[in-house]
Design a binder for this molecule. Structure first.
Ligand code: AMP
Length: 283
């Protein structure tokens, strides 16, 4: 695996692959890698000739400085995992390299309200930060495909908007959420859970699975209310449990929609966990 830290270095390298007509798959991450990230690397490996991963803890998407500081960093095991999964290139830039003071990296786009729903409502400015860093990465790397996890469903939609509105030719591929055996979605944040919270954290997956069974049977308002109550166990505090249209992110009042997704954010002690489940997809 080749490790690059500068824009010019990674561009030179990728240009060589492009000259050889090789397709490039890109997996952006913030490090503290786990099996969830590896599912994205494996998907990129299966679909593209060259796999590029990035590790960059993007300051512009954190609305709380303490959250940024507390973000786990595990560089050695990250490298090992990436090598094991046959990643070709690791791009590991500094903040100055991503946001040079002499380059305008700001973006103008219309989020169609998606930046104000759910994660956007509770984390103001978060999706602008995500859109900014993804736009910058796509400008620098120009990959054929970008691989994003369903775990962050709303983020996948924001990245689709970035490619559409800011004219990138990159295809967005969504990879299903990887879970622990008990159903808890794998996340770098799980490392910070207290043991007693970790034991009970599968309440989130159980509640989402329960909601899926209620489709077209119970009123949506009732499902949301019961889900919020189910998630309110000692040490746990749900922030939201929403049932939305998977395209527009409109909050639904009835089940008469093609793509229906349940999304939730729950505090487990001091750790904020998010998860979602696709309740219905009609093709
Ligand atoms: P992060 O490092 O948390 O920014 O995540 C980088 C990418 O990995 C994002 O596209 C996430 O959605 C994805 N990801 C994180 N956890 C999982 C998981 N458990 N399953 C699938 N994808 C994941």
């Amino acid at each position: 695996m080749i490790i690059t830290q500068t824009v010019s270095e990674v561009q030179q390298l990728l240009d060589k692959y492009r000259d050889d007509k090789m397709s490039i798959g890109f997996v952006p991450t913030m490090g503290a890698l786990h099996e969830g990230h590896m599912a994205l690397i494996d998907a990129a490996r299966a679909q593209c000739d060259v796999v590029v991963a990035s590790i960059f803890v993007n300051p512009t998407q954190f609305n709380e400085a303490s959250d940024l500081e507390k973000y786990p960093r595990t560089p050695e095991s990250d490298n090992e995992l990436l090598k094991k999964h046959d990643c070709d290139v690791l791009f590991f830039p500094s903040v100055e390299e991503m946001y040079p003071s002499d380059t305008d990296t700001s973006i103008q786009m219309d989020f169609n309200g998606i930046d104000r729903a759910m994660e956007g409502e509770f984390r103001p400015g978060h999706f602008e930060g995500v859109a900014q860093v993804i736009h910058r990465f796509l400008d620098v790397l120009a990959p054929d495909a970008i691989f994003m996890g369903q775990k962050d469903y709303q983020q996948v939609r924001v990245v689709q908007l970035v490619t559409e509105q800011l004219n990138h030719r990159t295809t967005v591929v969504m990879v299903p959420t990887v879970r622990h055996e008990d159903g808890l979605a794998q996340s770098s944040r799980n490392l910070r859970l207290l043991p007693e919270h970790r034991k009970k954290a599968n309440v989130i997956f159980r509640t989402l699975s329960w909601a899926k069974e209620q489709v077209s049977n119970r009123a949506i308002e009732e499902v949301k209310a019961v889900a919020m109550a189910n998630l309110t166990i000692p040490g746990f505090k749900p922030e939201y449990f929403e049932i939305i249209d998977g395209q527009t992110f409109e909050k639904l009042e009835d089940w008469d929609h093609e793509t229906i997704v349940a999304c939730t954010a729950v505090w487990a002690g001091e750790v904020r966990l998010i998860d979602n489940m696709i309740l219905r997809v009609e093709s």
